[in-house]
Design a protein around this ligand. Structure first.
Ligand code: SF4
Length: 725
């Protein structure tokens, strides 16, 4: 079987193959009859932002199997390996079961009363001494939307600190900022359906075969519908997605802006733009045309390493398409130039009118299952309902709904996640509360993070798993319920709010985050004021409907029951901006001139390679969940380093050698070497999932000045043979 056929089969897109992993038969492949479910409950996958609908089978109150929901419009019954094995994370040995308070240096089980009394006493004590803003809170894309909303009120109106952000800043903040730059608001304009109808699909820095595998079905359906459609993948590495492409553009690291500007240059030069759309719906064209004049194919070829013919051919294909789709993920977002790269992508869609029509969209594919929920209701970069902190009218509207003094609502965004960490190092943030996130593995430049964690006077880690590398630093650990143990909604990448249901009870004394937040609010004395009569996440949803009424993300138009019955509902409908009117002051989208800057840490004689980081399909983020699933963990139990044969020969390294990656900041040892043409000469790649070989020991502490997203992707390293144990 060819490599591509194997990938297709792995992804469940080869209809001739039927195997356990992709069977729709609920009990197919389950050997023991004791695991045959007697009840199936609908829910939504809790891993990635694709948002697959699934059915979880239970027997005697335990989750025993998962199958894809054949009626769900997102995945039509298919699931990837993570989704199919998701029930194994429930009640796994690594679950957090008891509140733990550090006493005499040791995390010691305590009652919930003692845990939450201590949290409120410590947080308010620190705030009294150092000011409200001395508390920093970092949430997650793993909570229910109803929980973000509840948490945001607690943090900003209850604890009165503006310094509230999510780990979503590590993955999709640049997409948010880029959309705001171009269109005046966040909100992915398209739908997954567009991937089935586009004539040209351009994926930039997006390895969906590993990261969003079920989306690959859409590409296959498109091919069946239109054998002449073209899939173009822009990625420095020959990823699994690149192997599926009709054309792979192996650009030099961080040269994507030059490529995008170069495509714009050719579109304008060759008259492949939509002049009517530009005239009626955009601003800045004249300046933009002058700006991209210098991005000739020859100039762009030098920067990207691509040939003039390939650059020109790509631009012509994109420009001639009746409907062109551009998707991107972390190859774009994980950059100190991420926000403006998104604007450069949006430029292409605007120049050609490829927005608001079927098959035509500039589309950010998000990371976590509910990253979008933070964007809508999270009190992070915007106020609930996509309102702006800076807008007095928006603050007044919310104050009236909440019945609070408007002065309690911050007039500007508080610190973003990286700024919270830097403020903790500087001694300005004195208390930290991490919720369902594991920064010791996920945050860049570990040494700086460690200083922050050691510096604060009180650190709370609220998580569904214990121990985690981050809980090792905690003064207080709060055990939380996870996916499958609570009820509410997630929003996926295509703005589809989907229902998430409680299937089993949490293990031990773990409690849903929502209950923990309400209990803290009671102890803080704000429960009746901020959450009058609330007993469940449904109450949060009902208030979210009021808060979002008439806004872009209008939840007042559908109930939980309607969401459930429809397999999710997309707020804003199937596509945004169908009428070409954008939420900017003059209703026009903005063409941005985006300079192409070299990435900040260039290789030199001492650090001669460029490190790229990424994922593998079997694991999820920092592996707190997937290492609990034997089937997944045994497939990929440890990290590796990919190196081109030319570099390996120069360094006299052999396949399977143990190597160490060294940067200016630190080193990661014990990586198994894979010598492969998948990676270009001068570059190396390692996955970021593994605490034992933490890629963030070596990554750079550089952040996008607009979005604050970290530059995880490019840093200068050298590779050494690891010393024998
Ligand atoms: Fe879950 Fe994403 Fe896999 Fe779908 S593609 S089953 S949402 S992890």
């Amino acid at each position: 079987m060819s490599a591509i056929a194997q990938i297709r089969r792995l992804l469940g897109i080869d209809t001739r193959q039927k195997d356990y992993a992709y069977s729709r038969d609920p009990n197919f492949g389950h050997i023991s009859t004791s695991r045959v479910a007697d009840k199936w409950t609908k829910t939504t996958c809790g891993y990635c932002s694709v948002g697959c609908g699934m059915l979880v089978g239970t027997k005697d109150g335990k989750a025993v199997a998962v199958r894809g929901n054949p009626d769900h419009p997102v995945n039509l019954g298919k699931l990837c390996p993570k989704g199919l094995s998701e029930h194994h994370i429930l009640d796994s040995p690594g679950r957090a079961r008891l509140p733990m308070l550090r006493k005499d240096g040791v995390l010691t089980p305590v009652s919930w009363d003692e845990a939450l009394d201590t949290l409120v006493e410590k947080f308010t004590g620190i705030q009294k001494k150092y000011g409200h803003g001395s508390l920093g809170v970092v949430g997650t894309g793993q909570l229910l939307t109803e929980e973000y909303y509840t948490l945001g009120k607690l943090v900003q109106l209850g604890f009165r600190t503006p310094n509230n952000d999510g780990n979503t800043t590590l993955c999709m903040a640049s997409a948010v900022s880029g959309y705001k730059l171009s269109f005046g608001s966040d909100g992915p304009p398209g739908s997954y359906e567009d991937m089935e109808h586009a004539d040209v699909i351009l994926l930039v820095g997006s390895n969906i075969a590993d990261n969003h595998p079920i989306l690959c079905q859409r590409l296959e359906r498109n091919r069946q519908r239109n054998p002449n459609r073209s899939l173009i993948v822009v990625d420095p590495r020959v990823t699994k997605t690149a192997m599926m492409a009709d054309l792979h553009l192996p650009v030099k690291p961080r040269s994507d802006i030059a490529l995008l500007n170069g495509i714009a240059h050719i579109l304008i030069r060759d008259g492949l733009v939509d002049a009517t759309y530009i005239a009626e719906h955009t601003t800045g064209f004249e300046e933009f045309r002058n700006f991209v004049a210098e991005f000739t194919p020859e100039h762009v070829a030098k920067i990207t390493g691509l040939s003039v013919d390939v650059i020109t051919g790509t631009a012509i294909q994109y420009g001639r398409a009746k409907a062109a789709f551009i998707g991107w993920t972390m190859g774009v977002n994980h950059s100190s130039q991420g926000a403006v790269t998104v604007a450069a992508i949006n430029n292409l869609a605007l120049l050609t009118g490829n927005i608001g029509r079927i098959g035509a969209a500039p589309f950010s594919i998000t990371g976590q299952c509910n990253a979008m929920g933070t964007r809508e209701f999270g009190f992070c970069s915007s106020l609930p309902g996509y309102r702006k902190y800076e807008d007095a009218e928006h603050r007044e509207e919310l104050a009236a709904i909440w019945g609070v003094d408007v002065d309690r609502i911050p007039t500007k965004r508080g610190m973003a996640y990286p700024d919270i960490i830097e403020a903790a190092v500087a001694g300005k943030i004195k208390a930290l509360w991490f919720i369902a996130t594991n920064p010791v593995v996920s945050f860049p430049n570990y040494k700086l993070l460690e200083q922050a964690l050691r510096n604060v006077e009180f650190l709370v880690v609220q998580d569904g798993f214990f121990p985690t590398p981050t809980s090792d630093f905690a003064h207080l650990v709060l055990p939380a319920a996870i996916w499958g143990e609570k009820e509410g909604t997630y929003t996926n990448s295509e703005r589809r709010a989907s229902k998430v249901n409680r299937i089993v009870t949490p293990p031990g004394k773990a409690r849903p985050d929502f209950e923990i937040f309400l209990d803290i609010a009671s102890r803080l004395g704000v429960k009746d004021e901020l959450y009058p009569g609330w007993t469940s996440t449904r109450d949060a949803y009902l208030e979210m409907q009021t808060v979002s009424k008439g806004r872009m993300c209008d939840y007042s138009l559908f109930t939980w029951e309607e969401i459930e019955a429809n397999g999710g509902i997309q707020w804003g409908g199937d596509r945004l901006y169908k009428d070409g009117v954008f939420p900017t002051k003059d209703g026009r989208a903005i063409l941005h001139c985006v300079p192409c800057e070299p990435f900040s840490e260039q290789p030199n004689a001492e650090y001669d390679l460029v490190l790229n980081t990424g994922r593998t399909v079997e694991h999820w983020h920092t592996r707190t969940k997937t290492q609990q699933v034997a089937m997944l963990d045994s497939m990929v139990p440890s990290a590796w380093l990919e190196m081109n044969p030319q570099d390996a020969a120069r360094m006299k390294l052999k396949p399977h050698d143990k190597v160490t990656v060294v940067s200016r900041r630190s080193r990661v040892s014990g990586l198994e070497l894979r010598i492969t043409g998948i990676i270009a000469p001068g570059q190396v790649f390692m996955p970021f999932h593994f605490a034992e070989t933490n890629s963030n020991l070596v990554t750079l502490g550089a952040f996008d000045p607009i979005s604050r997203e970290p530059n995880f992707k490019q840093c200068a390293v050298r590779v050494e043979r690891s010393a024998p144990n």
